[in-house]
Design a protein around this ligand. Structure first.
Ligand code: ZN
Length: 404
């Protein structure tokens, strides 16, 4: 296994953190053919430790039932939107309720390999809960620097798993270099592993997230025509692309999907870079989306490169459209997701209208996290029900109210 710069291909020592020392590019592990070939023989199932040869770790990944989440054909929504074959990869069914559990298991193995007594990460929510969950499973200490103002359910989850959570004002607002510096400094001060889930800071953690693509390829089977992902920092989309490239090298798939990244127009660093044809993604001075998880002011250029290499596109959606699709995924499909997971589905009408996807294509939307994570919409609906005076204990009254 080697650690190579994605831009200048210069090799760095395994264990290096941050960007390429020569050109500032993003570093990534690269695996020899004989390692990648195991993808042809590993069957999917619970636990992602089965793919460990393709992760940059030697310690076993702790197991809590993560991975092998269902790949569900859309029952109604796909047809309504004009798609014949729409599928949902429901990552909300991971142990802490989000795809980040794959990163959580990986970061814990990395911390164990480094001999650290704990790890520190910065999170807008789902990383915090995954880190806390897997640290608890592995007996490691967990420190979370939390962006204030995030959904209370995510904070409760991290605390329930025994993590130390410190709200830090503007933990993202000082820009990506500032976030990197505080996490490296705190990690050094405490003897912890710096487990920030963003490849320009930690090039290793996203490797665990690749396992989503292995499972989709095994269950579909093959590659979808299009994979649609919500995008914050960009690690999830990039990890999927790396996974499909490896599956192709291993001979498991014979063609690659087009990668579609979706951001809120209120927090659009990748969207702007894609539309402007930029080589790098410029961090924004703000992120004003109400969609937690993708309300991030910086995206790595690794995601931009993956979208372009795949022939894909970056789409922007309005926050309201994601909330409406969140409601419909629940009411029409029986899948309760957080708003960030509704974003890829909310982008489908625009992608169809602009010809970026065809109605006959196999489209997989990656639903990143469960509805209980960010339940504002359901909380509003529940408040409205609770505020109603109860009906009398009477059949006729209940039937007429049900029909109203
Ligand atoms: Zn370089």
């Amino acid at each position: 296994m080697k650690l190579l710069c994605a831009d200048c291909r210069k090799e760095a020592a395994m264990g290096t953190l941050g960007r390429c020392g020569a050109c500032d590019g993003i570093l990534r592990p690269e695996y020899p053919d004989e390692v990648v070939a195991v993808l042809a023989t590993v069957a999917p199932g619970p636990g992602i430790d089965r793919y460990r040869p393709l992760f940059p770790v030697t310690a076993p990944l702790p197991f809590l039932g993560e991975g092998d989440t269902p790949l569900l054909p859309s029952a109604r929504l796909g047809r309504t939107l004009g798609l014949e074959r729409l599928l949902f990869k429901n990552e909300g069914l991971n142990p802490s309720g989000a795809f980040k559990d794959r990163a959580g298991a990986t970061m814990v193995a990395l911390a164990l390999d480094a001999g650290a007594k704990g790890l520190v990460t910065v999170s807008s929510g789902n990383t915090a809960t995954a880190a806390a969950t897997y640290c608890a499973a592995a007996g490691l200490r967990c420190l979370i620097l939390l962006e204030p103002g995030n959904p209370p359910a995510k904070l409760r989850q991290a605390l329930a798993m025994g993590a130390k959570v410190l709200p830090v004002e503007g933990v993202y607002a000082h820009g990506p270099d500032g976030t990197r510096d505080i996490i490296f400094g705190v990690a050094e001060g405490l003897g912890y592993y710096p487990a920030f889930v963003w490849a320009p800071v930690n090039p290793y953690i996203l490797e665990g997230i690749k396992s989503v693509s292995y499972e989709i390829a095994a269950r579909l089977p093959g590659a979808p025509d299009v994979l649609v992902c919500p995008v914050g920092g960009g690690d999830m989309l990039t990890a999927q692309w790396r996974g499909y490239l490896e599956l192709q090298r291993a001979g498991v798939i014979d063609r690659l999907p087009r990668m579609v990244g979706v951001q809120s127009v209120a927090a659009p660093p990748l969207l702007e870079a894609f539309r402007n044809g930029d080589a790098r993604v410029t961090p924004l001075p703000y992120a004003r989306s109400r969609i937690s998880g993708i309300n991030v002011p910086f995206t790595g250029e690794h995601a931009l490169a993956a979208v372009r290499a795949s022939g894909g596109v970056v789409a922007g959606i309005a926050d309201e459209d994601a909330f409406e699709i969140q409601r419909r995924l629940g009411a029409e499909e029986g899948i309760w997701v957080e708003p960030a997971s509704a974003a890829p589905v909310a982008a489908l009408p625009g992608l169809l209208a602009e010809g970026h996807i065809g109605s006959h294509e196999t489209v997989v939307c990656l639903l990143s996290g469960a509805g209980f994570k960010d339940a504002l919409l359901a909380a509003d609906m529940a408040d409205a029900v609770s505020a109603r005076p109860p009906l009398p204990f009477d059949v006729e009254a209940v039937v007429s109210a049900a029909l109203a």
